[in-house]
Design a protein around this ligand. Structure first.
Ligand code: ADP
Length: 651
């Protein structure tokens, strides 16, 4: 059993390890395939976004450049009065009629453009920082509102550094006029002589840029090189932060990347994105372990605008939950693993059963061996190793049997030698008791001879019993097979026993009712019946003793019985009754004497004749002994198959 258990445990571990490792490997490869495809998909989405952002930027620039292509701008600045310099009255810029006509044309032109494109504010600023026209949300500013302090703006200088068809893009700021976050695009007005008297400027809301980062799953954001999030799908921006200082890049008013993660790994990732060589690919993907305990995947792309990074990130769970395959695969893997493990255990159980069954079988056969008659064990199953053990065991049995045989032969010889002198002793005692042959002995002498004879007879009986036991053990008892008239057998027994019965006042009944014939050994049957009846004689009460015996047919057998009204046998003693030398120890049985061999011999003979013996009794209620004898012994005789150990060795 322990072997079986060990095998099961060992194989289970092997199977489980195998299943788990293959499951793990396939799970991992599927997982990485899913991640790859997710990254690819995220990459496509990111590209689309970058494209839209680029598109917005390009459209704004094209719009700006197209707008300044209207010759009215050059015409306005080529006017001698414009070239002569600004004239103010009460700090308000004064326009000549000619200037006014052209300015109106410009205002109208800009107004139409603001209708076409979502521009918050447009203005025209000259080299002194004076606005010549301004439209805020399609409203033309009155002359008194035109600022002359625009030279302080951050885009002032850079705008003049641009050439014809070139656009300057200003980092986002809060426009003082609209109080909204904006980008400013500027381009110079270039006159025929190449001079740049003014530049054209417009603002588009940052929101239209930020809106482009919206994503359905995960988070997309735009980081600037200082680590600020100028756009973030995970953050709601206040679009009218009027406290932001105008004129400086108001980076501090954007959330920092630490609002996404403070992990150093993430910071490193962002730094590396900016560090990557501009000439090489501007896209890629990285990972970092987030504070939420998940691995985060980021795909990123560098935008041409300010060298900003557009990033799109998803945690592991989102990468997977967007995809049912892994879940289905895990379920499938679980079912298959369970199947393999259960199947494997069944196979192991069956296999180990095949291994241990012969061992258990062998152990059972060993245990069932009759020590007085050790039998060779047939090979069990086809397993060579186990049969080797059996062959070795059989060889040992052969040796033990040979020794036993020698011992038995010696004992048989001894008992035989003991028996031989007893017959003449008994005979001579008989002669001594006969006054005609030897002469009259006095009563003391007669008593002594009688005691010698009685004891010699007992000894002869005992030696005879021992010889019978040995013959039965060695299977050497010979049996006759003659037709027996059962009635005749029982009647002669009745007559022989009459004396004994009369002496003890026992009521002897032969209750056989049928005419029965049996083919068996008459002497042996007499011996058995004698044993049983004489036992009964010893145990019936001295007054009113009754012994009933007889035979009846039961199918193909004759059932003999000997019933008495004696002391009976307690049930717990009955199973040992037929063992050699077994005697029940009571005051009555002690008086009974005997060797404890009678029932063992009877059993041995009955079984050799092909029958069975048993007892039915209750303490104090008498005992009934039964035995069966086949009607024809020759048909049911026991035949033992003897296996030659030497043959086995050759297998
Ligand atoms: P023994 O030679 O001692 O009679 P047996 O084998 O014939 O040996 O009997 C074994 C024991 O069974 C006896 O010692 C006795 O105690 C018990 N026994 C046998 N027959 C009877 C019986 N008819 N009634 C009660 N006890 C019996």
């Amino acid at each position: 059993m322990r072997i079986k258990l060990k095998l099961i445990i060992m194989f289970s571990i092997v199977i489980i390890v195998a299943v788990l490792s293959t499951s793990y490997i396939s799970f991992k490869s599927l997982e990485s395939a899913i991640i790859d495809s997710q990254l690819l998909q995220m990459g496509h989405e990111l590209e689309d976004k970058a494209h839209s952002i680029e598109n917005l930027n390009a459209r704004a620039s094209e719009h700006l450049l197209f707008a300044v292509k209207n010759p009215v701008f050059v015409k306005y600045f080529e006017l001698p009065e414009t070239k002569a310099g600004n004239i103010y009255k009460n700090d308000v810029l004064q326009f000549t009629p000619q200037q006014r006509t052209l300015k109106n044309e410009i205002d109208q032109w800009i107004y139409n453009f603001q209708n076409m494109f979502s521009v918050d504010e447009t203005c025209l600023i000259d080299r002194t920082g004076q606005e010549h026209t301004r439209l805020v949300m399609k409203k033309i500013a009155p002359d008194s509102d035109l600022s002359h302090e625009e030279s302080a703006t951050p885009f002032f200088k850079p705008s003049f550094q641009k050439n014809i068809d070139e656009v300057y893009l200003q980092y986002p700021y809060v426009s003082p006029d609209t109080e909204r976050w904006v980008f400013a695009y500027t381009t110079p007005i270039v006159l025929n002589d190449g001079s740049k008297p003014a530049f054209y400027h417009f603002e588009i809301p940052l929101k239209s840029f930020q809106d482009l980062t919206k994503v359905d799953h995960g988070r997309a954001y735009v980081v600037d090189s200082a680590g600020y999030l100028v756009a973030d799908s995970g953050h709601v921006y206040n679009q009218s932060l009027n406290s932001a200082p105008f004129g400086q890049p108001p980076k501090d008013f954007f959330p920092s990347i630490s609002t996404i993660s403070t992990s150093s790994e993430f910071n490193e990732d962002i730094r590396n994105m900016f560090a990557s060589d501009n000439n090489s690919t501007n896209t890629g993907h990285v990972t970092y372990s987030g504070e939420d305990g998940e691995l985060h995947y980021i795909v990123f792309e560098r935008l041409p605008m300010f060298g900003w990074i557009l990033a799109y990130e998803k945690p592991y769970s989102l990468m997977m939950s967007d995809n049912n395959i892994l879940h289905n695969f895990a379920v499938m893997l679980f079912v298959i693993s369970l199947g393999v493990i259960v199947g494997g255990l069944i196979v192991i159980y069956v296999l180990s059963d095949r291994i241990t069954r012969p061992i258990i079988d062998f152990a059972r056969k060993c245990r069932n061996q009759d020590v007085s008659n050790l039998q060779i064990i047939n090979p069990i199953g086809t397993d060579k190793e186990i049969n080797q053990v059996i062959y070795a065991f059989n060889e040992m049995i052969e040796k033990v049997n040979a020794i036993e045989k020698q011992k038995e032969e010696f004992a048989s010889m001894v008992t035989h030698e003991l028996k031989s002198p007893l017959t003449p002793i008994i005979g001579w005692c008989q002669t001594l008791k006969n006054p005609k042959l030897i002469g009259q002995l006095n009563s003391k002498q007669l008593n002594a001879v009688d005691t010698i004879q009685k004891n010699a007879k007992r000894l002869l009986q005992l030696v005879g019993d021992i010889l019978d036991v040995q013959k039965l053990d060695l299977n050497r008892m010979k049996f006759d097979s003659q037709p027996i008239d059962v009635d005749d057998l029982l009647n002669s027994m009745y007559n022989n026993l009459q004396n004994v019965m009369a002496q003890k006042n026992i009521n002897q009944i032969n209750s056989t009712k049928e005419q029965l014939t049996v083919r068996s050994d008459r002497n042996r049957l007499e011996q058995i019946l004698n044993n049983l009846i004489l036992n009964a004689v010893d145990f019936v009460p001295s007054e009113g003793g009754k012994i009933e015996y007889g035979a009846q047919r039961k199918g193909e057998e004759i059932l003999f019985y000997v019933k008495d009204n004696g002391i009976g046998i307690p049930p717990e003693k009955q199973k040992n009754l037929f063992h050699k030398f077994y005697q029940i120890d009571t005051s009555v049985t002690r008086k009974h004497g005997g060797s404890g061999l009678g029932l063992a011999i009877s059993k041995g003979i009955i079984e050799s004749l092909g029958g069975k013996i048993w007892v039915e009794s209750e303490l104090g209620k008498g005992a009934s002994f039964y035995f069966t004898i086949p009607i024809d012994r020759t048909k049911t005789a026991k035949s033992e198959k003897v296996i030659d150990v030497k043959d086995q060795r050759g297998i």
